[in-house]
Design a protein around this ligand. Structure first.
Ligand code: 13P
Length: 248
């Protein structure tokens, strides 16, 4: 099994000054981590972060990528452009974008394909809303979301990262229990196994109120290969504790 992966999703937070301070604190405490680590700042700060992270163990990610390759798509940033800036990971299909930007399963699959073609690892987010959770639809929803990506990307799916982020757990302080998360991760693993013989190397991250106190237990589950962290990734001390909890 590959190393665990801890990714900070900064969402729409930060400033030149705040980013420099946060990265300074992270680099001051990170040492030689046993896991892979990345941060995903707002795209406008990529050039700054590229400079700050140069030569460090923290890799650069983004929160979105265009589903088109180039041309008349006002406001979009292509995977090739991101690659130019040293971007290693691209979050696609975050529930906030599915909800606020009306991103469909097909859009998400196309974005994953663009990222892969540019040599960027897509972090494909799946997860059910509270209503779907309460209706017992979790498995149906996450499988539908992932199957669009598998359908379009075929055996390349062995190159993606998946993030299970139950929408009801995001920013609410209400984390899925380790058992709840593990059972969904096992479903996703089985689905990936049906698509590729390399399913064991696909890292499946958990996201949703993961923090310094609950990370170790979540990360000890057999199919939880890392975390996608929102709020706690904006606090250096908390993010570092999560990184330390992510042993192979
Ligand atoms: P929180 O860690 O703030 O719940 O956010 C999770 C998330 O959405 C990461 O992508």
């Amino acid at each position: 099994m590959s190393k665990k992966l801890i990714v900070g999703n900064w969402k729409m937070n930060g400033s030149l000054a705040a980013n420099a301070a946060l990265v300074g604190d992270l680099l001051g405490g990170i040492g030689q981590p046993e896991c892979d680590v990345a941060v995903c700042p707002p795209a406008i700060y990529l050039a700054q972060l590229r400079g700050l992270l140069d030569g460090s163990p923290i890799e650069l990610g983004v929160q979105n990528v265009s589903m088109h390759d180039h041309g008349a798509y006002t406001g979009d940033v292509s995977a090739e452009m991101l690659k130019d800036y040293g971007v290693r990971y691209a979050i696609v299909g975050h529930s906030e974008r599915r909800q606020h930007q009306a991103e469909s399963d097909v859009h998400v699959a196309l974005k994953a394909k663009r990222a892969l073609a540019a040599g960027i690892t897509p972090i494909v987010c799946v997860g059910e809303t509270l209503r779907e959770h309460e209706a017992g639809m979790t498995e149906f929803i996450v499988k539908r979301q992932l199957s669009a990506v598998i359908h379009l990307n075929g055996h390349c799916v062995s190159e993606i990262v998946v993030a299970y982020e139950p929408v009801w757990a995001i920013g609410t302080g209400q984390t899925a229990t380790p058992e709840q998360a593990q059972s969904v991760h096992a479903v996703l693993r089985a689905q990936i196994r049906a698509a590729t013989e390399h399913a064991e190397r696909v890292r499946i991250l958990y996201g949703g109120s993961m923090n310094a106190s609950n990370a170790a237990e979540l990360l000890s589950q057999p199919d939880i290969d890392g975390g996608l962290i929102g709020g706690a990734s904006l606090k250096a001390a908390d993010f570092l504790k999560i990184i330390m909890a992510a042993k192979a």
